[in-house]
Ligand binder design. Structure first.
Ligand SMILES: [Cu+2]
Length: 127
């Protein structure tokens, strides 16, 4: 009886350790250029810096123009290429044409070594 009890505790402890290791492997967006909420001249590219190395074939992003002058709340997809950056924790979005004045939203999907997709978004303005 006491042997069984010990085994149960050991299994529970192992499961707890595995869960915390998995949570640490989830990529978090640490910073971006342009930064969330910024209002600046049109960037030629948008860089996203994550906390983990990304699995490029499952990671990606969408660029959406959410507001333009005279047309608020009219979301429109923006043609852009998404690629791995200079290091494995960076994703780079390159718009096909220069971004015009308006508000943009980046919807990202980041997958790291544990294969769980993590999603998030941020917005910035172009003057
Ligand atoms: Cu996970």
């Amino acid at each position: 009886m006491s042997f069984l009890k010990t085994t149960t505790v050991a299994v529970a402890l192992t499961a707890g350790l595995l869960l915390s290791a998995v949570a640490q492997a989830h990529p978090k967006l640490l910073s971006s250029t342009p930064a969330e909420g910024s209002d600046a001249a049109a960037p030629s590219k948008i860089e996203l810096h994550f906390s983990e190395n990304l699995t490029t074939q499952f990671s990606g992003a969408k660029l959406i123009m959410t507001d333009m002058p005279g047309m608020p709340n009219s979301p429109m997809g923006v043609k852009a290429a998404v690629a791995a950056g200079g290091d494995p924790k960076t994703m780079v979005i390159t718009p096909a044409a220069p971004l015009t004045t308006g508000t943009y939203k980046v919807e990202w999907r980041a997958v790291s070594s544990d294969t769980h997709p993590i999603t998030g978004n941020f917005s910035f303005k172009v003057k």
